[in-house]
Write a protein that binds this ligand. Structure first.
Ligand code: FES
Length: 242
């Protein structure tokens, strides 16, 4: 008899359903089947109404992040075998549900935009057209630059659960990524952006975000770095008021 695995999937249409429910599916199991592969099978062969996001199927685009068997992960990188052929799937947390496993990412992107996630150099572009870095300066961006904006950290963050306006781990780690960048000249502006009521001081340093990051980024470490830099910035301003 062919092997099968079981999927229990959160279903909800915010525009039509009174309450969410979990729906069960039996899926043929073959070695190497990922959770995303199982979801695609369900959508294409069993139930075309199931909604979820994905794109690259290779852990690059970040669009397939969801809550799988008690933990936020990328569905395309999660083996059904590691779930013991019994998979329970829910959408990302702390974001409004649009339908099934699809959430409205608007709040996450709003916080991301807030920190100005782009290079702000202090000088016009050099004649060669590139702002160059030394290998050591570039090495300081390693790992921290690998964020794929999947929002797993946002879903796992307990502060975000209590304060929806908290900027969140991904946005704050990104702010630190530009603070560390030798080509960026907007340090004071960035520190002001992350030092408000919903910024770095709201983080409780519980480290849930670090535990779920599929790229091994350390947002609490970035937040601690931002806090130290913000304190130095405040002390400098106090010593030399404009
Ligand atoms: S589909 Fe792109 S990260 Fe999973």
């Amino acid at each position: 008899m062919a092997a099968t695995c079981r999927f229990s999937i959160f279903r909800h249409d915010a525009a039509a359903d009174e309450a969410p429910r979990f729906q069960q599916y039996e899926v043929p199991y073959t070695e190497g089947l990922t959770v995303l592969g199982g979801l695609i099978h369900i959508q294409q062969r069993l139930d075309g109404s199931l909604a979820f996001r994905y794109s690259c199927r290779a852990g690059v685009c970040g669009s397939c992040a969801m809550h799988i068997n008690g933990r936020y992960r990328l569905a395309c990188e999660t083996q059904v075998a590691d779930c013991k052929l019994d998979v329970a799937v829910r959408p990302l947390g702390h974001l409004p549900i649009v339908r099934d496993l699809v959430v409205d990412m608007g709040r996450f992107w709003k916080h991301y935009q807030h920190i100005k996630p782009y290079l702000i150099p202090g000088t016009p572009p050099p004649a060669a057209g590139e702002y160059v870095q030394t290998p050591d300066d570039r090495a300081r961006l390693d790992v921290i630059i690998d964020c794929i904006l999947c929002a797993s950290c946002y879903g796992a963050c307990t502060t975000t659960a209590a304060d929806p306006e908290f900027l969140g781990p991904a946005a704050l780690a990104k702010a630190n990524r530009f603070l560390v960048d030798s080509r960026d000249a907007a340090t004071e502006e960035r520190l002001e952006l992350v030092s408000g009521d919903h910024g770095v001081w709201r983080c409780h340093q519980i480290f849930s975000c670090q535990q779920v990051c599929p790229k091994s980024i350390n947002p609490p470490g970035s937040i601690a770095d931002l806090r130290r830099a913000a304190i130095r910035h405040r002390l400098r301003r106090r010593a030399h008021p404009e």
